[in-house]
Design a protein around this ligand. Structure first.
Ligand code: URP
Ligand code: ZN
Ligand code: ZN
Length: 759
């Protein structure tokens, strides 16, 4: 054992990956290595190491292990036999759909493995879903409960992971974080059930691709490298010829959201199940308070809903749907105590969620104060209201009226306005669901001017267009109704993909908010009553691969960036997620770039009965999805546990959003002018208010006698005021000025002057 320990160090060398925040990296690493091979003594919960001899095993134990090894070996050979051609050769050579056969995973469905938030809730009661493989799953559960693995002590000693990851971060500790601290748990010899070894794949991170094996234990990536030395009992997956990518992160969902007189049909269970089947392992959902509802109350309600049903990890954006001092205080609590760092506002949905510009500005100032990110639904709600009336008056009541009443420029105008307001508040801004070329151009322009703004196109805007609103079949057309609408300009999806590929847009979500045809039919006589929302959570990854990578617009690294990494960075949970590196969560996908799949409502895993991508054939198929170290999707079968998903708490001041802004706060402070006090005559407004000068009023000291220009402005060329009368230090304030005109500035602390930036 001692000799093996010496060799294992190599296998821990991350291949160019940077280890996350370890508590004393060297020491921890050493402990981890020891820990893998030295079982903890029975009953000893501390990490005291026993001597290096393997524990004595009973004959029964050895028999079970031998049987399990045999089963694993035959499984491995099966995988190997079916492994396909390499990514690049096959992309050229066309599709090649290969599927891994189903394999059992020790403990993957074992309810005893879960980390119940409340001990009073018996874990056995948690529904475990395996589609079409109920019996197999039963076996897997049994196996996981009875098969003692190396290093395992007893079932009741199974280490429970805290349900709320990062929940212990609170108060001031949440502040000032650039990237979230990732504390890596010790691999526990007590829970040897969740060991996976992925062999032979090509790892794709946002920065590079490389070939290496991955060893996972207890939901964490423990080793990356070649010829890894790993403890026994790990399930092996042969990923030869496949890519291994970080699990997708869907930045924008509305699971079970009550909206427009009904409730989204994909709840946290169905929605996350569908996401996992499509290679997405984390969602950021929207918790939207009703008008005048406490944000904290809404947050608690949403937390309960997600905790009960979500099958994958999740976090929340909280909505600012009304504005008051109370809301401001609650934002602070949410940031400091609840792990929320992003807040969504609406410029549309007048009378429901919409805020006015002054409220948006104040809210953004409050977010800036906390180090949070402002999310914006950017459409001009006032205009939409008027245009809807106009369309209905014209007799246009069908789904096409939805697009006609909120055309591109309505989205573009609001996008630009949001950017201006955010820039004034010096708050980073994130435009959700970018649906049009002109809105995307507005974001691009702002970014090139140096403004801190991010753009999120969604699967729908990248995959389909708005011509569907003109479909003769009402139900078909209504299925695509969402706000902002898809655009009838058929070049829009390709254009948005170009911008996403080249970096002008940064990441992707789905806005998954699904309604069945009978719910959409609430608006059969009036398009304004059609519940807004479409699907996307399951298909986003494949649609983006098909339209982005398969077309040659982006490479696999950029694909990873826009489907996962950038989300983790912008929302501040990188490198916990969004990257395959030692210490990160084992959320990954074995991706077959050569296989194809046809999207259909008949095979998808959503609760909704329609699919806006119906019939689309996509290259790029998730063969295996691993969520927190467990295989949850394999061989086209789901193995999910309702409620297994954990809340991901996020700290404020994400580097991606705030690094530049914090510097600007130091170097771009507005400076007043140091000047002598004015001691000249002052207009007596009691005699003649400036805005009501009548001929009979006494003449002001300085008057404008010349006529205005034809636009009603003062003609400065013809102005009769004299600077010399005022002296060189004074500007030419005139009676028709409400604000002071520009003066020659004497800048006390010019930009670039003294700063002391502390991050
Ligand atoms: O149509 C949409 N987008 N429905 C969900 C709510 C929203 O605006 O994001
Ligand atoms: Zn929206
Ligand atoms: Zn939305």
């Amino acid at each position: 054992m001692a000799g093996r320990k010496g060799n294992t160090d190599q296998s821990y060398t991350p291949l160019g990956t940077k280890a996350p925040t370890w508590s004393s990296p060297q020491a921890t690493r050493r402990r981890n290595i020891d820990n893998f091979f030295n079982p903890i003594e029975q009953g000893d919960k501390s990490l005291r190491l026993s001597d290096s001899r393997p524990p004595q095993k009973s004959k029964a134990q050895l028999d079970v292990e031998a049987a399990a090894t045999e089963a694993r070996e035959s499984q491995r050979l099966k995988y190997k036999a079916q492994a396909g051609a390499s990514f690049f050769s096959s992309v050229e050579g066309g599709g090649n759909s290969l599927h891994l056969t189903s394999g059992r995973v020790c403990g993957q469905n074992n309810p005893a493995d879960r980390s119940p938030e409340s001990p009073s809730k018996p874990v056995e009661e948690q529904p475990v879903e395996t589609e079409q493989t109920e019996d197999k799953n039963q076996d897997a559960r049994k196996e996981s409960l009875t098969l003692p693995l190396e290093g395992q002590t007893s079932e009741d000693e199974t280490k429970k992971r805290p349900k709320k990851e990062g929940g212990e971060l609170g108060g001031d500790e949440m502040r000032g974080l650039l990237y979230s601290n990732v504390s890596v748990e010790e691999p526990s010899s007590e829970t040897a059930q969740n060991r996976l070894l992925i062999k032979g794949g090509r790892i794709v991170n946002a920065d590079r691709m490389f070939d290496a094996d991955i060893y996972i234990e207890d939901g964490i990536i423990r080793q990356i490298g070649e010829n890894l030395i790993t403890p026994g009992g790990a399930k092996q997956i042969d990923a030869k010829g496949k890519l291994i990518i970080p699990g997708g992160i869907d930045t924008h969902t509305h699971m079970e959201m009550p909206f427009m007189g009904t409730r989204a049909v994909d709840d946290f269970y169905h929605g996350t199940k569908a996401a996992l089947a499509g290679g997405t392992t984390m969602i950021i959902d929207h918790c939207l308070p009703q008008k005048n509802q406490s944000l904290l109350e809404a947050y608690e309600d949403w937390s309960t809903r997600a905790a009960e049903r979500a099958c994958c990890d999740y976090s929340f954006h909280v909505g600012i749907t009304w504005w008051s001092e109370e809301v401001k205080k609650e934002i602070e609590v949410l940031c400091k105590e609840k792990g929320i760092n992003s807040f969504k506002m609406f410029m549309a949905y007048k009378g429901l969620f919409m805020l006015n510009d002054d409220e948006i500005y104040q809210a953004m100032c409050a977010l800036k104060e906390q180090g949070a990110l402002a999310l914006m639904h950017a459409e001009n709600g006032h205009l939409i209201n008027e245009c809807c009336k106009k369309m209905l008056a014209l007799g246009i009541t069908g789904p096409e009226g939805h697009e006609l009443s909120r055309p591109e420029e309505v989205e573009e105008e609001a996008t630009t306005r949001a950017i201006v307001i955010a820039n004034q508040a010096q708050c980073p801004l994130y435009i959700v669901h970018v649906m049009s070329k002109s809105a995307a151009n507005a974001i691009t322009k702002a970014r090139r001017e140096g403004k801190v703004v991010f753009g999120e196109p969604i699967a729908a805007s990248l995959g389909v267009d708005g011509t569907h609103y003109w479909d003769k079949d009402w139900s078909h057309a209504a299925a695509y109704v969402m706000g902002p609408p898809l655009r009838p300009d058929t070049t829009t999806p390709g254009y948005l993909m170009d911008l996403l590929a080249n970096g002008d847009l940064q990441l992707t979500g789905t806005d998954n908010c699904t309604f069945n045809p009978d719910q959409k039919a609430l608006g059969r006589d009036d398009f304004t009553k059609i519940p807004n929302g479409v699907n996307g959570a399951e298909d986003r990854m494949s649609v983006i691969w098909e339209k982005g990578v398969y077309t040659g617009k982006m490479d696999p690294c950029r694909f990873v960036a826009v489907t996962s990494t950038n989300a983790a960075k912008i929302f501040n949970f990188y490198p916990k997620k969004g990257v395959i590196q030692i210490g990160s969560d084992a959320d990954l996908v074995i991706w077959d770039p050569n296989a194809t799949r046809k999207i259909s409502k008949d095979t998808h895993h959503h609760a909704v009965t329609v699919n806006i991508f119906e019939g689309m054939v996509c290259h790029g198929v998730p063969l295996v999805t691993i969520s927190n170290g467990r295989i949850v999707w394999e061989d086209e079968q789901l193995h999910v546990t309702q409620g297994a998903g954990r809340f991901v708490a996020r700290g404020v001041h994400a580097a991606e959003a705030y690094a530049k802004i914090l510097i600007r706060d130091k170097v771009r402070v507005p400076q007043g002018v140091d000047r002598e006090a004015y001691d000249g005559p002052v207009w007596n407004s009691a005699n003649a208010p400036a805005n009501n000068i009548s001929k009979s009023a006494p003449k002001p000291t300085f008057s404008q006698d010349r006529p205005s220009t034809r636009h009603g402005h003062r003609d400065l060329h013809a102005s009769g005021f004299s600077l010399s009368e005022m002296g060189p230090r004074y500007s030419g304030n005139q009676v028709d000025d409400n604000v002071r005109a520009k003066v020659g500035h004497k800048v006390l602390a010019p930009p670039g002057g003294k700063t002391s930036i502390i991050f």
